[in-house]
Design a protein. Structure first.
Length: 73
């Protein structure tokens, strides 16, 4: 496979991943910006998976303190 095809394929994969992440963020927070029930479940799953709080905060676009509060529950 030539370089332009590889690059196009990787860009399509990244676009798909970004779309999924955007959807996850949208579902994780309410319109008011608070964590939804789904968001709280995501945080608990992230905690069980051993994901670092800073990474989860960055991915969900919330503060590390918010993640810490949910991880403590």
């Amino acid at each position: 496979m030539d370089a332009p095809k590889i690059i196009r394929k990787k860009l399509r994969e990244m676009e798909t991943q970004l779309s999924l992440l955007d959807s996850l963020r949208d579902e994780a927070k309410t319109e008011a910006g608070r964590m939804s029930a789904f968001g709280r479940e995501v945080l608990q799953a992230a905690k069980k998976a051993g994901l670092k709080q800073a990474l989860v905060a960055k991915l969900l676009e919330i503060t590390p303190g918010a993640v810490s509060q949910h991880y403590a529950k």
